[in-house]
Design a protein around this ligand. Structure first.
Ligand SMILES: [Mg+2]
Length: 217
């Protein structure tokens, strides 16, 4: 296949945010007189991040005694704190900078498709100097691994299904999702794990992001 464009996952593919959202949520939860377990906080955050519930719903499930106005204030506070920490928290993974620089030099169009809320993912992408379009599930209303999210992202980026490679770390969200959407997929697998989703194997396995350069050139 000829690869003319690359669409990336963001978190744990291009960089890591050191549990930015979980730490902000834990910090907010500490302001309340009752204790919510870390597991419960993480589970709610997961539901939000995978598009199952909204932010308001996340807060109302964690703090059911709060009224609507207070919940809205919590959402605002949460977003503000996350955005404030984004630039300092998000750090590129080994190989990210070199890979992006080389792809840019070779004029390969790049994009990001990320499950997450728009301002935060854009701030994180900016923190590592990502030069392409950043498409978030919130913006397009479809979450990975739904094949629609991949199709909508391709459309937004003006990339073709048959000539775009998706690169991500999550076997289910990124690789199985991309394969189901008809895209080629490269799995970032630094720990050399066996691929766990039967029948939807990645086209390429990358030990590090720089392996992408060998695949493409
Ligand atoms: Mg990821």
């Amino acid at each position: 296949m000829i690869i003319r464009a690359v669409l990336f996952d963001l978190d744990h593919t291009l960089g890591i945010d050191h549990n930015l959202e979980a730490s902000v949520l834990e910090q907010i939860a500490k302001e309340f007189p009752y204790l919510i377990s870390k597991d419960k906080l993480r589970a709610s955050l997961n539901d939000f991040q995978s598009g199952k519930i909204s932010l308001v719903k996340m807060f109302s499930s964690l703090f059911p005694d709060q009224d609507k106005i207070r919940l809205k204030t919590l959402v605002k506070e949460y977003k503000k704190k996350c955005l404030k920490k984004a630039a300092a928290s998000f750090t590129p993974l080994p190989g990210t900078e070199k890979t992006i620089k080389t792809l840019l030099k070779k004029k390969i169009p790049l994009g990001i498709l990320s499950n997450g809320w728009e301002e935060l993912q854009k701030a994180k992408a900016q923190a590592i100097g990502f030069p392409g379009a950043v498409i978030t599930s919130q913006e397009i209303g479809a979450w990975k691994p739904d094949p629609r999210s991949f199709h909508l992202a391709l459309e937004k980026c003006d990339f073709f299904l048959s000539t775009t490679l998706f690169v991500g770390d999550s076997p289910e969200m990124d690789i199985a999702g991309a394969k189901r959407s008809g895209m080629a997929a490269g799995w970032l697998n630094p720990e050399n794990k066996p691929f766990p989703v039967k029948g939807l194997d990645p086209d390429f396995i990358l030990n590090s992001l720089v392996d992408l350069l060998q695949i493409l050139f």
